[in-house]
Design a protein around this ligand. Structure first.
Ligand code: ZN
Length: 458
């Protein structure tokens, strides 16, 4: 393989030994993200320590037409960071650290490989809230959060990752460094280039640095777990909470199918009896739970809710969240995850249609719904007893077909990656796809950046 040899020798001239691994030195975990769907080992793993090394690596890959897959914490669920055959994997793990917190402006500048939780703690130490938060905070990296436009549990209050990024530094396929490290909240000077890279899943450039907008650190929090008789009441409760609860910071719904299974997994029996729906309501920046208690008492009198538990301690609040995080699902064999968006008023109807359609093909399936109701974002946990590619494709087809019928989105927050690519046209028009391809062609004319991900072949 003279071409591979020439490529590797060009890399080893540009990079020091600690930055380059080939052959048996490449760890198996370079294959796949948390979807465990990746099968291929790359031909080289590069762990740069500087933007100059990223630039040099990309230039060499572009010259040799070798595909590049950029990897962060590998916590994604869409296969977007899976290595592909004959590729070079670029891991940003050694480009990590908070560079500066501007306390006057409320901004943080940091390197892309910084673990989210590390950045959150640095913000807190400086008296700020970093408004991006998701379950995998302990291992996901900010560069990956930005490249996938991650969602999570703070979206209802602070928006998705896209809404919290002020500036970026990114490297293009040919090695050009685009430094767009804007720190100004208002900067209306032409195309917003950073938005090209946010949510591009490594297909348009490699993000190396970012400027995040911080928020004031809220002091005090109240958390409740609320039981409801039907979905319509949950819609009314959400509207009333948004209007009447200052600092509403989470509104997370669980269908009984999910709540029952996940509580049992935690060994918890939170309500006296079973209820069709449970919702976590969280209010931030409040000295105590009095306002939340009054609000829920009113909702009870109006007949909207059947029961409510107010967390009396941090430990109790953590129990509610442990059920929502549903560790029991990690132990469920052949679990298939979905992450869809449907207009909030129709989520209940969607879930019923979805469950009925899955059961038509798989009568004994485990089908459970939960999600960020305040953001119209539903997750679906499905287990049909198998997870081979044919079964996955069949179940995907059932769920995404109904998403299309409801004019929803096949991905609310996880992204498209490798696993949803063939269904992208269910949520985006031919004209939109053509424009996406034109942008890709301009930024990456040789198609080396994460090929085969996000965009289906033309
Ligand atoms: Zn989620």
């Amino acid at each position: 393989m003279p071409e591979v040899n020439a490529f590797v020798s060009a890399l080893s001239q540009a990079l020091d030994d600690s930055a380059l691994m080939t052959g048996d030195r490449i760890p198996a975990r370079s294959r796949s993200d948390a979807s465990l769907s990746g099968r291929h080992l790359p031909i080289a793993l590069v762990r740069p320590t500087s933007v100059e090394q990223v630039s040099a690596t990309l230039r060499i890959c572009n010259d040799h037409r070798v595909p590049v897959v950029t990897q962060g914490g590998m916590t994604g669920l869409a296969g977007g960071a899976n290595a592909i055959e004959g590729s070079l994997v670029l891991s940003l793990e050694r480009m990590s650290g908070v560079e500066e917190i501007d306390t006057a402006a409320g901004t943080m500048t940091l390197k892309a490989g910084t673990v989210l939780e590390t950045a959150q703690k640095a913000a807190e130490d400086a008296g700020f809230l970093l408004p991006i938060d998701l379950g995998s905070r302990g291992s996901c990296q900010i560069g990956g959060n930005i490249a996938t436009n991650a969602g999570g549990i703070r979206v209802i209050r602070h928006g998705v990752t896209r809404d919290n990024i002020l500036g970026l530094e990114a490297v293009l396929a040919d090695g050009t460094v685009i430094s767009s490290l804007n720190r100004l909240r208002k900067n209306n000077t032409g195309y917003d280039l950073k938005q090209l890279f946010i949510g591009s899943e490594g297909t348009l450039g490699v993000i190396t640095r970012a400027v995040i907008r911080l928020q004031p650190l809220p002091v005090g929090k109240a958390t409740a777990l609320v039981a409801l008789p039907n979905y319509e009441n949950a819609v009314q409760l959400l509207a009333k909470a948004q209007a009447g609860l200052v600092g509403l910071s989470a509104f997370e719904i669980m269908w009984q199918s999910y709540f029952g299974f996940a509580s049992q997994g935690e060994g918890l029996k939170l309500f006296e009896r079973s209820h069709p729906f449970a919702v976590i309501v969280e209010q931030s920046g409040t000295p105590d739970s009095a306002a939340l208690e009054n609000f829920l008492a009113m909702m009870f009198e109006e007949g909207l809710i059947e029961d409510a538990l107010i967390a009396q301690s941090e430990k109790e609040a953590r129990q509610f969240w442990a059920v929502r995080e549903g560790a029991a699902y990690d132990r469920l064999p052949h679990l298939i995850n979905f992450d869809v968006s449907i207009s909030v008023g129709r989520l209940g109807e969607f879930a019923d249609a979805c469950e009925a359609a899955i059961r038509e093909g798989y009568p004994d399936a485990h089908v459970a719904f939960f999600g960020h109701m305040g953001d119209s974002n539903l997750h679906i946990a499905v287990a049909v007893g198998a997870s081979d590619p044919a079964t996955l494709h069949a179940v995907d087809g059932i769920v995404y077909g109904i998403v299309r019928d409801f004019h929803g989105s096949i991905s609310a927050e996880h992204g498209i990656g490798a696993l949803k690519r063939d269904f992208l046209h269910y949520s985006r028009s031919p004209e939109e796809l053509a424009l996406m391809r034109a942008i890709k062609q301009t930024l990456d004319p040789r198609g080396i950046l994460n090929p085969g991900k996000l965009l289906p072949p033309a």
